[in-house]
Design a protein around this ligand. Structure first.
Ligand SMILES: C[S@@+](CC[C@H](N)C(=O)[O-])C[C@H]1O[C@@H](n2cnc3c(N)ncnc32)[C@H](O)[C@@H]1O
Length: 306
């Protein structure tokens, strides 16, 4: 099966914020098809290094083709929730920049067999890594009404969560993306149907891959492995992810509240460097509609984490 190309989003802006030292050590935590990694490598000197992480084996194959033979690049298979374990301890405290381009790639969305998209017929899977235990099939067919409703409401931000959860349960077993789409469209009518379907798919995908928890776990570890003055650059595609990134960048924790030490000194390990969020230009969105919801934030390490 061939890799459906992923057009990198906010490419120029990402590199501008991320690469402060051409001789530095960088981590692309979401390698995907290697679009951003390739660009990071072209901004580095012969002494620079880049680690490219992804939990999806298909992404690694595509990135290897894109990047080719480059001794400065090291691919790493794994989940960025284990960032600290995946990056050699000798390099902890020495990383110059860490990059996240969150969510799913075009390949994952468009490849029907992965079950991510309501536009493609496929099994209810939605796992970014074949190693992950939970599938969308289990969530849809085995979760209680309350759990399903809450996922659709909190992770999908869908207000008809009760009706949809009830309908899914009454139609069990659901086998395909088409079955799930049908369940939603039989209770949400009119012009909102497509948006509701998209939100339900988003909610279930977040649950299957534990996306929000993993992001929090990863950002905590990112602070630890960065060197002082090192940067984190993150592109998010929905408000739940963006809120986590925003809060971490402000305070170093998910609450967004800056803690103070005994003497009242603020304890924030990061300082945001993007005053306003960076978003794609009209031209970029026109050329690549998948970029439309992208929000880029960057922060610099200015203090130690607890
Ligand atoms: C939006 S794509 C990245 C595209 C990439 N920047 C490019 O230019 O081709 C996101 C990638 O991150 C990976 N990913 C998402 N969550 C992950 C996680 N927790 N650990 C490792 N990889 C993850 C996905 O498998 C996907 O390949």
């Amino acid at each position: 099966m061939s890799y459906i190309p992923h057009v990198p989003v906010l490419l120029k802006e990402s590199i501008e914020y991320l690469v402060t030292d051409p001789n530095g050590i960088y981590v692309d935590a979401t390698l995907g098809g290697g679009g951003h990694s390739k660009e990071i490598l072209s901004a580095l000197s012969d002494d620079g290094r880049l680690f490219g992480l992804d939990q999806d084996a298909e992404a690694h194959k595509a990135a290897a083709l894109k990047i080719g033979d480059d001794s400065r690049f090291t691919p790493i298979s794994g989940n960025f929730g284990y960032l600290k374990t995946l990056i050699n301890p000798d390099l902890h405290g020495k990383i110059t920049g860490i990059f996240y381009d969150l969510g799913v790639s075009t390949h994952q969305i468009k490849e029907g067999d992965r079950g991510f998209s309501f536009m493609e017929e496929g099994p209810l899977d939605m796992r970014m890594s074949a190693l992950t235990g939970l599938t969308a099939h289990q969530v849809v067919n085995e979760y209680s009404y309350e759990k399903l409703r809450d996922i659709i409401f909190h992770y999908g931000e869908e207000r008809f969560s009760r009706e949809i959860a009830q309908e899914i349960i009454s139609r069990r077993p659901l086998e395909t993306t088409h079955d799930l789409r049908e369940a939603v469209s039989s209770v949400v009518f009119g012009k909102h149907t497509i948006k509701s379907i998209a939100r339900v798919f988003q909610g279930i995908r977040i649950e299957v891959n534990r996306e929000l928890d993993v992001l929090k776990e990863s950002l905590e570890q990112a602070i630890d492995i960065l060197k002082m003055d090192g940067r984190i650059v993150a592109i998010s595609y929905h408000s739940l992810e963006d809120r986590i990134v925003k809060n971490f960048f402000k305070s170093g924790n998910e609450s967004g509240k800056i803690e103070k030490d005994f003497y009242g000194n603020p304890q924030n390990p990061l300082t945001p460097i993007t005053k306003n969020i960076v978003t794609p230009s009209e031209e970029e969105i026109k050329a690549n509609p998948a970029a439309r919801s992208a929000k880029l934030r960057a922060a610099v390490k200015t203090g130690e984490s607890e």
